[in-house]
Write a protein that binds this ligand. Structure first.
Ligand SMILES: O=c1ccn([C@@H]2O[C@H](COP(=O)(O)OP(=O)(O)O[C@H]3O[C@H](CO)[C@H](O)[C@H](O)[C@H]3O)[C@@H](O)[C@H]2O)c(=O)[nH]1
Length: 344
């Protein structure tokens, strides 16, 4: 990220935002703007960091005027602000439309107007063949980014790209902290479906993915990491072993609504025009015009030889590997240490 002096992080007080912020501050960045709605979280961050290079912007991506003020003059934007909880978007889909779709359009249009060099939009595996409102809204955010990229072309001042994550391990409200809480409280572990799989991604990998996108993006690219996956059953076994409670009770509670047996990071069609970049895939923008013969009669010659890349056919972690990955997370290390300190 050599040539940039100032960065805006939308959703800057969230898990991703704070981790990216700290990384940027370790480098020679001149200014990082943290844009978010919650003044209390900003205040807590300000008191932790005490770094004059960080500037705090209260605002909402839904409100273009607040976005314009934060965007003006920055070199790059990492757009992480989103409604990302599946259940809340399911019950309030219009809120997901407002934040994830219209808010993202505000960010993209403000970036173009201010000639920001690079915008990286954070998406999710749930945006591929989506079945829930959160995934559908993120899929539309990707479409907006790609359509703007197509419209401005490769010679524009601004490069727009996206990344897709899998499940970020130990993220707020997710299953790993929940299972640990249940173990510590002596309550049964509530498993929806032991055979369900998810891509497992430490937060550090999601930050690395965004940096990779920033460094390598061409107009309209979407990047994914070749992340490994685990079954929920193996995740539970790994946690029980880490906490030394191999016989801890497990309750199978059944699927929650609007969830999938496995998640897909890239479709066969996307992979047919992808570039294998080692740890990552670059999914290229389809640059064809709105040309009906291409959409209706010419078809996609190459698609058939590719398979979707999903959490059932990705590298499957063994229980021992899930344990290693979990124990590489500082949060899990701290949970285990406090647990061991209290046990006889
Ligand atoms: O009590 C529970 C809760 C969840 N699960 C299972 O654990 C897996 C992960 O569940 P999470 O709730 O941690 O994650 P989701 O895949 O549902 O969604 C998560 O990842 C999304 C990104 O793709 C969003 O970030 C979202 O907010 C976040 O919760 C799923 O297979 C789920 O069925 C259980 O077995 N028991």
């Amino acid at each position: 990220m050599a040539s940039i002096k100032s960065v805006l992080i939308t959703g800057g007080t969230g898990s991703f935002g704070k981790t990216m912020l700290r990384e940027l501050l370790h480098g020679d960045i001149e200014e990082v703007r943290v844009f978010s709605r919650d003044e209390e979280k900003q205040d807590a961050l300000r008191n932790q960091l005490h770094d004059g290079r960080v500037r705090y912007y209260i605002g909402d991506v839904r409100d273009r005027s607040s976005v314009d003020r934060a965007v003006a003059g920055v070199d790059a934007i990492f757009h992480a602000a989103a409604l990302k909880q599946v259940p809340s978007c399911e019950f309030f889909p219009l809120e997901a439309v407002r934040t994830n779709i219209l808010g993202s359009e505000n960010i993209i249009r403000a970036a173009l107007a201010s000639k920001v060099q690079s915008v990286v939009c954070l998406s999710t595996d749930k945006a591929v063949m989506p079945i829930n409102a959160m995934g559908i809204s993120k899929a539309l955010m990707e479409k907006l980014a790609q359509s703007a990229a197509r419209e401005i072309g490769s010679k524009a001042d601004t490069t727009i790209s996206c990344v897709r994550y899998g499940n970020v391990m130990y993220s707020r409200g997710s299953v790993i902290p929940l299972f640990i809480k249940q173990i510590k409280a002596g309550q049964p572990i509530t498993v929806t479906e032991p055979e369900m799989t998810r891509f497992l991604m430490p937060l550090r990998d999601s930050v690395a993915l965004v940096r990779f996108a920033f460094d390598h993006a061409r107009q309209g690219d979407l990047f994914i990491k070749k992340a490994p996956a685990s079954t929920i059953g193996d995740l539970v076994t790994a946690l029980k072993e880490i906490f030394g409670v191999p016989d801890h009770e497990v309750n199978v509670i059944g699927w929650r609504h609007a969830e999938k047996l496995f998640e897909t990071l890239a479709s066969a069609q996307e992979l047919s025009s992808s570039e294998d970049m080692g740890e990552y895939y670059r999914l290229r923008l389809d640059e064809r015009d709105l040309n009906y013969s291409a959409y209706v009669s010419e078809g996609e010659a190459e698609t058939h030889s590719y398979q979707d890349f999903h959490s059932h056919n990705a590298q499957r972690l063994e229980v021992a590997e899930v344990k290693d990955l979990l124990m590489s997370l500082p949060e899990v290390q701290a949970e285990v240490a406090s647990w061991q300190a209290k046990r006889p």
